[in-house]
Design a protein around this ligand. Sequence first.
Ligand code: NI
Ligand code: MN
Length: 225
Amino acid sequence: MPTARFLGHACITISDGKHNLIIDPFLTGNPHGAAKAEEIKCDYIILTHGHDDHFGDTPLIAKKNKAKVIASFELAMFCSKQGLDVHDMSVGGAHNFDFGRVKFTIAHHGSGHGHYAEVYTGSPTGVLVTIGGRTLYHSGDTALFYDMKLIGEMNKIDIAFLPIGDNYTMGIDDAARAVELLHPKKVVPIHYNTFPVINQNPQEFAKKVTSAEVVILKPGESVEY
Ligand code: NI
Ligand code: MN
């Protein structure tokens, strides 16, 4: 069984004991960052979009670990320009890696890098990661969208990481509805309480979800799936 560890905000690591991945490694400057960027050991970094609270410590972690960055084309080229090793993809595309499979899904959000989002980094994405025969869905930052039903029909999702913070992404009601569309076995709320504007009570989310096991992780905690 693979293990996913929540490191605060939208950052998670995934491991099957052999391969180590990190998604959206925003640790430096993350008030709830549960690890230091310098401590991260990984083979791959997957990015959902270019916003600073997702791109985070990508250059440092990629260089220190000689890790490959998997991202949509424009964001991958932005990384490549900084000397990072990249595998560029695009939304809707899947690829088989040595650890398993990655497919980028749509997300309704923005994507620009820098304080003023001044660098164009392509379309925002969500991502399906299949490793050890289990499928994890990290929706990225997104609004609720009805095509989540299709994602749920075409993939047996073992665990979903969904934002509940509202303001920039789905809030609790929309995320609870997303669970009904996606039909994951387990769901972990993320992207809340990092900053005052996205303060939410995850127990409220848990109360509204009836079709999946809600796993509330404190930053630093892990779940097997
Ligand atoms: Ni964002
Ligand atoms: Mn975000």
